[in-house]
Design a protein around this ligand. Structure first.
Ligand code: SAM
Length: 234
């Protein structure tokens, strides 16, 4: 499908459509995130770095890293962190960041088995057409005993808050995106894809089914985001 000024992927997440959609939001991606999340994105990234328990010198893969905004946060630990993403537009928009970047598809990673101490993906798994294949690829490239951390939009746990949040997601968020983003239709996709995404225990089961051990999660901002952690058996 041709890329237009305002373009969104469909919920079956055809890889070419998804890459093209992110190419279209790349220019104002970081700013739009901060506006739509009312600044919470920074706290969520900090919490993801803490959950990864990174040490200086470790090798870390940040999959679906987009502009590298997440990778830069993880690199504060002193670990060597590489950003991988299949949207060249997103990588290009983050070129100014001093992190190594690789164009790569998360379902067929160009890395050797057992090459990373930790692997992570922030707000990317939901966008990967075959997210179970990506979870298996992440496991393959992780060293035995290595860690996984996934930050992803999830389901607020408190009923009344969930209702208000869903209203924001489906009605207000696309309107705000129209004022800020370079591709507002992508944010209609964002809202719909969050609504269709598995909740916390469902995602934990999928992570375990892909071969990961000791899967746990914690909720951030009442469950707007869930931070799932797991290990590769040593
Ligand atoms: C919402 S952005 C997240 C960017 C960044 N991790 C962050 O925290 O802001 C999702 C990213 O997933 C990437 N993506 C989707 N499917 C992918 C795949 N199969 N392989 C690699 N990247 C993928 C998109 O190109 C996009 O940059």
């Amino acid at each position: 499908m041709a890329k237009t000024e305002s373009f969104r992927a469909s919920l079956d997440k055809q890889p070419r459509e998804v890459a093209s959609m992110f190419d279209g939001v790349a220019k104002r991606y970081d700013l739009t995130n901060t506006v739509l999340s009312a600044g919470q994105d920074r706290y969520w990234r900090w919490a993801t770095r803490k959950a990864l328990m990174l040490r200086p010198g470790e090798r870390v893969l940040d999959l679906a890293a987009g502009t590298g905004v997440s990778t830069l946060e993880f690199a504060k630990s002193g670990a060597w962190c590489v950003a991988a993403d299949f949207s060249r537009g997103m990588l290009e928009a983050g070129r100014f960041r001093a992190v190594p970047m690789v164009a790569a598809d998360g379902t067929a990673l160009p890395f050797a088995d057992e090459s990373f101490d930790a692997v992570t993906i922030s707000y990317g798994l939901r966008n990967i057409s075959d997210s179970d294949a990506a979870l298996r690829e992440l496991l393959r490239v992780t060293k035995p005993g290595g860690r996984l951390a996934i930050a992803e939009f999830s389901t607020p746990v408190f009923g009344p808050f969930r209702t208000v949040y869903m209203e924001y997601l489906m009605k207000a968020l696309p309107r705000v995106a129209r004022a800020v983003s370079s591709n507002p239709d992508a944010y209609v996709y964002l809202a719909e894809s969050i609504r269709a995404w598995p909740n916390q225990p469902q995602l934990a089961l999928r992570i375990a089914d892909a071969g990961w051990s000791s899967v746990k999660w914690r909720n951030l901002t009442g469950g707007i985001v869930a931070l799932h952690r797991a290990y590769k058996l040593g």
